[in-house]
Design a protein around this ligand. Structure first.
Ligand SMILES: NC(=O)c1ccc[n+]([C@@H]2O[C@H](COP(=O)([O-])OP(=O)(O)OC[C@H]3O[C@@H](n4cnc5c(N)ncnc54)[C@H](OP(=O)(O)O)[C@@H]3O)[C@@H](O)[C@H]2O)c1
Length: 274
C-alpha cells in the first residue's frame, strides 16, 4: 500500500489519480485550492483519503499539508506535482501580469511543494511524479510561455533525480500529449493582446477545435502512471500518448541533426594545449 500526496485534485489528472489510488486501497492526501471541491470525491474513502486546502503558490500551506499528512498517515511515499495551467500566445503578445502568475503556479509552486515534502520523503525514500507535458519536450510557436514553464519543470526534475537517488527517491517526469481533462477549457489562459502579425502561430484556433476532442483518455493515462510508479524499472521520462511520443521523436532527431551538422566547428572551442 502506498500513500500519495497529490496537488490539484479538483479535476482532470489529479482527481482521477486520487480516485484510482484510493480505489485500489492506497492512502491519499488529496489537495486543492478550494477544498470543498474535493470533499464529495473523498467521502466514500473515509480513513483512507483526507482532503486539504493547498494553493501551491502558498509555501506555508504546502508545509502545513505535509505536516497534516505526517500526523494522519505517518508520511507519504509518492508526491505528485500535478497542479498547473497554461498560457497561450506569442511571446510578444504576453504580459508580465499574465506570465508571472503562470510561472508562480507551474514552477515556483512545484518547487515549494517539493521542498516541503523532501524532509519526509528522504526518511524512507519514495517517488516524485511531476506533470510536465509534450510542451516540456519541445517548444512551438504560440506556446512559448507554457513551454518555458514546463522546460523549467523538466530541468528541476532531472536535477532532483540525480540529487535524490542516494536517498532512494525516484523521479518520474510525465509528459502527456493532449488529454480530455479541463485543461484546454478552464485551465488555459489566452494572452489578452492579439497581434495580427502572429496570426499564423496563434493557438486560439488549436484550443477551440481541440477542447473536448482530445484523443487522450485521462483514465488510461492514470493507469500508465500507476504502473510506472509501481515498477522497479520506471523511466525518468514518460511521454504519454502518441502525440507526445511523436514530439519526443522529432525533438531527438532534430537535436541529433544539429549536433552532427556542426560538430567539427562547434567542438573546437577549448584552449589550445601546448
Ligand atoms: N490535459 C492535458 O492535455 C495536459 C497535457 C500536458 C500536461 N498537462 C498537465 O497536467 C496537469 C493537470 O492538468 P489537467 O489536464 O488535469 O487539467 P485540469 O483538469 O484543468 O486540472 C488542473 C488542476 O490544477 C489545479 N490548479 C491550478 N492552479 C492551482 C494552484 N495555484 N494551486 C493548486 N492547484 C491549482 C486546478 O485547480 P482549480 O480547480 O483550483 O483551478 C485543477 O485541479 C497540469 O500540470 C497540466 O499542465 C495536461
Amino acid at each position: 500500500m502506498k500513500t500519495w500526496l497529490i496537488t490539484g485534485c479538483s479535476s482532470g489528472f489529479g482527481q482521477r489519480l486520487a480516485l484510482a489510488a484510493a480505489q485500489r486501497g492506497d492512502q491519499v492526501i488529496a489537495t486543492a485550492r478550494n477544498v470543498k471541491s474535493i470533499e464529495e470525491m473523498a467521502a466514500p474513502f473515509a480513513g483512507r483519503m483526507i482532503t486539504l486546502p493547498l494553493d501551491v503558490t502558498d509555501a506555508a500551506a504546502a508545509r502545513s499539508a505535509v505536516n497534516k499528512a505526517v500526523e494522519t498517515f505517518g508520511g507519504f511515499d509518492v508526491l505528485v506535482n500535478n497542479a498547473g495551467y497554461g498560457l497561450y500566445g506569442a511571446i510578444e503578445e504576453g504580459t508580465p501580469e499574465e506570465y508571472r502568475p503562470m510561472f508562480e503556479v507551474n514552477v515556483f509552486g512545484l518547487i515549494e511543494t517539493t521542498r516541503a515534502a523532501l524532509p519526509v520523503l528522504r526518511r524512507k525514500g519514495g517517488t516524485i511524479v511531476t506533470m510536465s507535458s509534450g510542451a516540456g519536450i519541445a517548444g512551438g510557436g504560440g506556446g512559448g510561455y507554457y513551454n518555458a514553464a514546463k522546460f523549467a519543470v523538466e530541468g528541476i526534475s532531472e536535477a532532483l533525480a540525480g540529487e535524490l537517488e542516494p536517498f532512494g527517491i525516484r523521479v518520474l517526469i510525465v509528459e502527456p500529449g493532449p488529454f480530455r481533462t479541463d485543461f484546454l477549457g478552464r485551465s488555459i489562459i489566452m494572452a489578452a493582446q492579439e497581434m495580427p502579425d502572429y496570426a499564423a502561430s496563434s493557438r486560439k484556433h488549436y484550443r477551440e477545435t481541440n477542447d473536448g476532442n482530445q484523443a487522450g483518455d485521462p483514465d488510461k493515462a492514470i493507469a500508465v502512471i500507476l504502473q510506472a510508479v509501481d515498477a522497479d524499472d520506471a523511466p525518468l521520462h514518460l511521454p504519454l500518448g502518441p502525440i507526445a511520443h511523436a514530439i519526443a521523436e522529432r525533438k531527438l532527431a532534430a537535436f541529433r541533426r544539429d549536433i552532427d551538422a556542426w560538430r567539427d566547428i562547434s567542438i573546437a572551442t577549448d584552449f589550445d594545449r601546448p
